[in-house]
Every structure is written in C-alpha cells, then in structure tokens.
Design a protein around this ligand. Structure first.
Ligand code: BQF
Length: 292
C-alpha cells in the first residue's frame, strides 16, 4: 500500500510555480495577483481562505483578502465582485464557500468574470471543461488528476466510481475522468445518496473517488483488493484529545480500506493540499492570459 502524499506533491507544484514566477518577473512580467472574498466568520471558510493567502505569500504571488461581515447583503457582495472584475491589477479571484444562507450562491458564481474565475465555477467555464476546451479546471478535481498523473496511476479503461455529485467535486471529477486525457479515459460511474446496490457498484471499482461528505462512509468490505482510493472528505469530528477540539475525518474508513488498497490518500495531507496548489496554478494561468 502506497500513501498518495498530497502534501509533498503540492509542495513540489508550489516550488515549480515559484520558479516560474521568478523567471516571469526577471523578464519584466507582473507578479500574479489572487484576491479572495470571505463573507462572515464560518470557521472552516476562514481556515481555507487563510491557507490560500499563506500559499500565495510562500510562492511570491500578491494576494488580497477581502473580509466582509456576516450581514453583507447579496447586492453588496455582487458590487464587490464587480469591482474585482474590472480591477486590472487582479488576475483572478475566488468567493470562498460556503456562503451565509441569505446569499444565493448560484447568482454570486455567475457574477464572476469567467476570465478571472480561477475556481472554474462559472457556467461558461463548466461548459468549456465539459467540452474539453482550455479553461480553469475546478481545483479539487484538477488536483486529483494531477496526483494520479504524478504517481503514474493507470486510469485508461479502468472502472472509476465517484461517490457524490456535487458541482465542486463529484460532477466535474466524473466528467474529467471520462475524457480522453492523461489521467482519464476511464469508465465512470457516479453514485449518490439515492443510489441502490451501492456496495455492488463500489466492489467493481478499480478507483474510488469518495466525495459524499459523510465521514468514514466507505468501509473495507465495500472495495476490492488493490483498489486506488481518493478521499475528498474533510469533516470536523469532535475530539476532546485535540487542542482544537476536533479532528479531520475523511469519507473513507482508513483503517479497514487501507488494508486492501494499492494507493490511498490520507486525510489530512491528501487531496486538500492539492486543491490549494491547483488554485495557484490557475492563478498563474490567469496572469499569463491577462493582457493588462
Ligand atoms: C489537508 C473545502 C469543503 C467546502 C469548501 C489542506 C485544505 C483542506 C485540507 C483546504 C476545501 C477543502 C477548501 C488540507 C480548501 C480543501 O491538509 O488535508 C488544505 O484548504 N481546502 C475550500 O476552500 O473550500 C471548501 C471543503
């Protein structure tokens, strides 16, 4: 069993980007600039957005964090997005999810200029992705593809089962894995909370991408020998022995599943760090495409 070390691979990618930025700047190019909008004080959202700002600093990107209060109206947020859309100094930006409940996520994501949409959530970019046109790939699926590639895991003709159909992970993952690309070319099955005979399906999988959002959902009896496991889950589970009062749990019961797996991502330190690295990669791409 090999642990897919997302922490290490993400650091390799960040080093590569940092080198690239140095070369760009020495040729008189501009430093990539990522902005992030955070609305409210959701603990997880604050952690994620801070990790992104810190990663920017580490690799020599400029970053701007726009911190808006909980009571920000949808209209105020849309105004802020419009400012960033037209600010030539900002190459790309994200609106950190989840948003407070009084704000319509769909409306917000559609307001982002697709050329600056480094999360790849705008319908225009989702459409481009589905049609295999150049675009910003959503960071988590992009990170998983990159992890599979760098470990040279064969995906062509394999049975991939994606657990979950979210717009951010499950759905784009299923699209990318079925496409004819380096990691891809697979036979993909998407299962979700309404699927029947789930275990029958997962037992046929050569690769499982678990993104269902239920901690330790996938257990050892549900997978075959030598399966490749990608665990996207990160649920905060109360744990009194931790300083923070919680531990992070994946969607996979690591103890039982790792006994059968040929490769498996840990939580933390698997898919999560890859997500951050690919956001930076998208920001670099946005800079290179920005003619301002
Ligand atoms: C790690 C996210 C659900 C909803 C909105 C490193 C991250 C997580 C874990 C991280 C995530 C998850 C992010 C680890 C960004 C991934 O060491 O295992 C980094 O910061 N993520 C997000 O921005 O929004 C989310 C999950």
């Amino acid at each position: 069993m090999t642990i897919l070390d997302g922490k290490k691979v993400s650091n390799d990618i960040k080093d590569e980007i940092a080198e690239h930025v140095k070369a760009m700047v020495s040729k008189g190019g501009k430093v990539p600039h990522l902005a992030a909008i955070l609305v409210g004080t959701d603990g997880a959202s604050m952690t994620y957005v801070n990790a992104k700002v810190k990663a920017c600093e580490r690799i020599g990107f400029n970053s701007t964090l726009i911190d808006l209060p909980d009571y920000t109206t949808e209209e105020e947020l849309l105004q802020k997005i419009d400012q960033l859309n037209t600010d030539n100094d900002i190459d790309g930006f994200i609106v950190q999810l989840p948003l407070p409940k009084h704000i319509d996520e769909q409306k917000v994501l559609m307001a982002v200029n697709p050329d600056k949409d480094v999360d790849g959530f705008h319908p225009t970019n989702v459409g481009k992705m589905a049609l295999d046109l150049p675009t910003f790939l959503p960071a988590t699926p992009y990170g998983i593809m990159e992890l599979l590639e760098r470990y040279q895991i064969e995906t062509s003709g394999k049975n991939v089962v994606v657990l979950g159909r979210s717009h951010i992970v499950g759905r784009p993952m299923s699209i990318l894995m079925s496409q004819k690309r380096k990691a891809g070319d697979a036979t993909v099955t998407v299962v979700h909370s309404r699927s029947k005979n789930l275990k029958e399906i997962t037992l046929e999988a050569d690769i499982v991408v678990a993104a269902i959002g239920i901690s330790e959902f996938l257990t050892g009896d549900m997978v075959k020998e030598d399966v490749v496991i990608i665990d996207v889950g990160i649920t905060r589970v109360p744990d009194a022995t931790k300083k923070t009062g919680y531990r992070l749990a994946g969607d996979v019961e690591f103890e039982s599943v790792s006994k059968k797996a040929s490769y498996i991502t840990p939580v933390p330190g698997g898919v999560g760090p890859m997500t951050i690295a690919m956001l930076l990669k998208n920001t670099l791409l946005a800079r290179e495409r920005n003619l301002q």
